[in-house]
Write a protein that binds this ligand. Structure first.
Ligand SMILES: [Zn+2]
Length: 212
């Protein structure tokens, strides 16, 4: 049931709760599994729920193996600096599937991102070239969404980039902090929160918005 506190213009975006980002996955976010029950509970409070799924081609430009490099090094690609990751979330594989305990039957849209072989996409709105839209902003606008709440993985990468782009697109954005977990690569978490605060993105806890 939808929480009466949440209006028809409120949407929940659950970012990348996929096997490869959880325990035992190729790019496991520490304690990533912990977001699953919170995401499940939160989803039941929102009239509009959207899931995102990192979804890469084999040999994707964001994979260290593609460049003969080691994971977590950086490389300059056509659109700028790219962190190189272990191969992860290859389209159609088990690693790219949602966590088996993610239980969000009322999700209405799944946005797949990162499917262009030469462009990464942390953000669910605009790919890492800062130019290619995913279509999500248009979808949310057409459905009358004004407030967007974001949960999922990882706080300092896909959640942060998604929230920043959502704010840029004109949505009022809140990150549900305890329903996210971070990778925290060389201070990336602190830097992300700083950028988010500067962009006017709010922080909340699940309990404060009636989720669990
Ligand atoms: Zn990825």
């Amino acid at each position: 049931m939808t929480d009466p506190a949440m209006g028809a213009d409120d949407a929940l975006l659950i970012v990348d709760v996929q096997n490869d980002f959880c325990a035992g996955g190729a790019l496991a976010v520490p304690d990533g599994d912990a977001v699953v029950p919170l995401a499940n509970a939160l989803a039941r409070r929102f009239p509009i729920v959207v899931l995102t799924q990192d979804w890469h081609t084999p040999g994707h430009a964001s994979f260290a193996s593609t460049h003969g490099r080691s994971p977590f090094e950086t490389i300059d690609l056509a659109y700028g600096c790219q962190v190189l990751w272990p191969d992860h979330c290859v389209m159609g594989t088990d690693g790219a599937a949602f966590h088996p305990a993610l239980d969000v039957p009322n999700a209405q849209l799944i946005v797949r991102k990162g499917f262009h072989p030469s462009i990464d996409s942390y953000s669910a709105f605009v790919e890492a070239d800062h130019a290619t839209p995913t279509g999500l902003a248009g979808y949310l606008r057409e459905r009358g969404v004004t407030r967007l709440f974001v949960a999922g993985l990882a706080t300092d990468f896909c959640v942060a980039w998604t929230a920043l782009d959502a704010a840029k697109a004109g949505f009022e954005v809140t990150i549900i902090e305890d329903a996210c977990r971070a990778i925290d690569l060389e201070g990336s978490l602190e830097a992300a929160w700083k950028n988010l605060a500067a962009a006017g993105v709010k922080r909340a806890q699940t309990a404060a918005i009636g989720g669990a």
